[in-house]
Ligand binder design. Structure first.
Ligand code: B12
Ligand code: SF4
Ligand code: SF4
Length: 346
């Protein structure tokens, strides 16, 4: 773990060595904790079919927010344990608390941590959410599995951003799951590798043989809430705000970063679509979105599409754009295109 911090693998997260120590010590969640009951809840549902000008959403995020649902399940189980023990002996966690969920699950024998760095449970694969019931009870301990990925490295080869090193570590700052949820700009050099993903990424798990073998194993109802969740129209997502955002996204694990982050991600995916029919929506975003981050990424997308109409939109916005960061994005987008013939038909 120390190396991970030195290398900056988690530089986009507020984690440090003190946090890592805390995450290995469940007494912080429940004074007097003796054991951690680890739970893996499968959520594998069929992938969505790709369609033109539609984005990709990771399967963990396209239904009602799993944090609340897994927590509710754990609270019910914990209540029964408390009742049997005749008092409060438990605390529950899922994702958001400082606890090293994968390490505890592996220690508890639920599965092994694969080279894609997710826990793989035998027969269930890695499309599982992890949760914990920490307890002051002294329970019999399970043994860890003696399994590893062996010579397989399919996830490493398939990762479009080279985030996985193949030694069971990840540079999280390169992972699309991280890039699509960071709040600031997505580094320019990483944007092409995002492809059409607008939230999260499932590639390393989709190619993982034990996960493929497990098939559709959802124990948690995990169908997409709507078509907009499964394969969002990128043009609609580029415009999402206010009531529409609250109605469609607030209750999902895609909602917590707010609408501008989704609009920014839609702009990048539209750029990667290389589809000229996206130019008018991107031009509107560049000229009218209230968030500079969205305008800047729309500029990048227009530069990537680089049709004459896209170049014209970039040139005309350079004259009116006041934000220095967006102006820089526009200039960088235009740089390789300066010699392009703008009279070519759109
Ligand atoms: C930050 C985070 C991310 C980051 C970094 C992920 C990474 N691989 O490091 C990003 C944004 C990239 C990410 C992506 C995803 N994530 Co995420 N993420 C987390 C989160 C919130 C914290 C993990 C973390 O880095 N903690 C901080 C560091 C310091 O802790 P740690 O890495 O766990 O390391 C500890 C261990 O290594 C420990 N240790 C090592 N050996 C041992 C041995 C023992 C005995 C002990 C006690 C400790 C120990 O020391 C460290 C400190 O304690 C966890 C939830 C959680 N609370 O654990 C979910 C979690 C790991 N993510 C999850 C999911 C589903 C995803 C995605 C699949 C979502 C998606 N489809 O887009 C992707 C997968 C990408 C990938 N290939 O990993 C699931 C994984 C489920 C599983 N099957 O393993 C988790 C567990 C959430 C959940 N409750 O279900 N995620
Ligand atoms: S989630 Fe996607 S980007 Fe992240 S490690 Fe897996 S394949 Fe790579
Ligand atoms: S794809 Fe292969 S190497 Fe990667 S986690 Fe799955 S089994 Fe392990």
């Amino acid at each position: 773990m120390r190396e991970a911090f030195t290398r900056g693998d988690l530089a986009t997260w507020p984690y440090d060595r003190a946090y890592a120590r805390k995450a290995a010590a469940p007494e912080g969640l429940l004074p007097g904790a003796r054991c951690v009951i680890c739970v893996a809840i499968p959520y594998a549902t069929p992938p969505a079919r790709p369609a033109p000008l539609r984005g990709r959403v990771s399967r963990y995020a396209w239904s009602r927010d799993y944090h609340r649902r897994v927590r509710a399940m754990l609270v019910q189980i914990a209540a029964r344990i408390d009742a049997a023990a005749g008092g409060s002996v438990t605390a529950v966690a899922c994702d958001t608390k400082p606890i090293a969920e994968r390490a505890f699950a592996a220690r508890a024998g639920l599965g092994w941590i694969g080279k894609h760095t997710n826990l793989i449970a035998p027969r269930l694969g890695s499309f599982v959410f992890l949760g914990e019931i920490v307890t002051t009870l002294d329970l019999a301990l399970d043994e860890p599995l003696r399994t590893s990925c062996g010579r397989c490295s399919r996830c490493v080869a398939a990762c479009p951003t080279a985030a996985l090193r193949g030694d069971y570590t990840i540079d999280a700052t390169r992972c699309i799951a991280d890039l699509t949820q960071r709040k600031d700009g997505i580094p320019r050099e990483m944007r092409p590798a995002l492809g059409l993903w607008v939230w999260g990424c499932d590639i390393c798990q989709e190619v993982c043989p034990p996960t493929q073998l497990a098939g559709e194993s959802a124990a948690l109802e995990n169908r997409p809430l709507s078509e907009m969740m499964a394969t969002p129209s990128l043009v609609d997502l580029l415009k999402v705000r206010g009531d529409e955002f609250a109605r469609s996204f607030r209750n999902t694990a895609m909602g917590w970063r707010g609408a501008p982050v989704l609009r920014r991600n839609a702009a990048v995916a539209l750029g990667n679509s290389l589809d000229r029919s996206a130019v008018s929506a991107l031009r509107e975003a560049l000229g009218g979105d209230s968030h500079p981050i969205v305008r800047g990424h729309a500029a990048w997308a227009l530069g990537r599409i680089a049709s004459p109409a896209a170049i014209a939109a970039l040139r005309s916005s350079l004259a009116s754009e006041a934000d220095a960061g967006v102006r820089e994005e526009i200039s960088l987008a235009l740089e390789p295109l300066q010699s392009k013939n703008t009279l070519e038909r759109p």
